[in-house]
Design a protein around this ligand. Structure first.
Ligand code: AMP
Ligand code: FE
Ligand code: FE
Ligand code: ZN
Length: 292
């Protein structure tokens, strides 16, 4: 009997805040023994083409994105991440929304840098932009500047309350989560709520919202994720079962911007089959065998 496929549905490249290029990411996924990897950069599909071109034998790539969303049902609104798989990357409304969010991320990044500079902290926006290499800008890129300046030792420390976690944290202009679910579906994609109970990252949304999102077209919940405790994973699984949602597990790999490794958490092959059966935008791309 062959061993079950190893499927990791959440990974970042230099197209956003990962440290491996899309080419390096797919090679690393194959080296890690994965059969399927999803490239899910923040608010962009810019890494898709390079990942597909560099696909090593035996690996399948699922093209996706992690969309910056917000739930406006409470004040202040709560930011959340929506994984979107296999959507049509040319769907005009979705393309326009993603471009808007990327622009807003740049403006916000520059404002964070100005706040730091106003406090006498020596970081350069131009250097940070160059460090992002054209990828979607995020706080991890600013964190690298704080490390270079010798102000913090690690990315984790840069996300502490004295730095980008609170004192120098500014909100992004995200997409209303209901609009994002509708846009992803309209583009033939499959929306999955990323790390929905990750309370250590900040405020989390109530289960009632997830009930409403399921009715609005949400397809799944990410349960196995390093930011979820065992109890949080169990809670997500139970909620998904009640609502008939798919349950995924993923590494949320970011290269050296995080410590988690590719394949640290994986998705059940049966769930994966159901997920791709829901997609109508683009297909997974397989290189050689097996045809996952
Ligand atoms: P942003 O998208 O600019 O709000 O930054 C959020 C990103 O920072 C997430 O996608 C993660 O990649 C990263 N991140 C969030 N919290 C941490 C943390 N505690 N340590 C390291 N990276 C983090
Ligand atoms: Fe990230
Ligand atoms: Fe996320
Ligand atoms: Zn992610």
């Amino acid at each position: 009997m062959t061993s079950p496929a190893r499927i990791d549905l959440h990974a970042h490249s230099t197209a956003s805040d990962g440290t491996l290029s899309p080419e390096e990411l797919v090679r690393a996924a194959a080296d890690a023994g994965l059969d399927v990897v999803a490239i899910t950069d923040h608010d962009t599909t810019a890494g898709w083409e390079a990942a597909v071109r560099a696909l090593p034998p035996g690996l399948t790539v699922v093209r996706g994105a992690e969309i910056s969303c917000r739930w406006y049902g409470v004040e202040p609104a709560i930011p959340l991440h929506l994984l979107a798989y296999l959507f049509d990357p040319t769907e005009p409304e979705l393309v326009a929304e993603l471009a808007r969010v990327r622009r807003a991320r740049e403006e916000r990044g520059e404002r964070i840098v100005r706040l730091l500079q106003a406090d006498g902290i020596n970081v350069s926006w131009r250097e940070i932009l160059a460090g992002a290499g054209g990828g979607t800008i995020g706080r991890p890129h600013i964190a690298q500047a704080l490390i270079r300046a010798g102000l913090v030792a690690t990315t984790t420390e840069a996300f502490g309350p004295d730095w980008l976690g609170e004192r120098y944290r500014l909100p992004k202009e995200d997409i209303d989560v209901f609009r994002a679910v509708a846009l992803v579906r309209a583009a033939g994609g499959v929306p999955v709520f990323a790390h929905p109970r990750a309370s250590r990252r900040g405020r989390i949304v109530p289960d009632e919202l997830i009930v409403e999102l399921a009715a609005a077209g949400l397809a799944g919940l990410e349960a196995d994720h390093e930011d979820h405790t065992a109890a949080e994973r169990e809670h997500v699984r139970r909620l998904a079962a009640e609502l008939g949602l798919l349950v995924t597990g993923s590494s949320d790999f970011h290269g050296t911007h995080k410590t988690v490794q590719l394949g640290a958490h994986t998705t059940d092959p049966e769930v994966y089959e159901r997920l791709i059966a829901l997609a109508g935008g683009v297909t997974p791309v397989a290189s050689g065998r097996p045809a996952y």
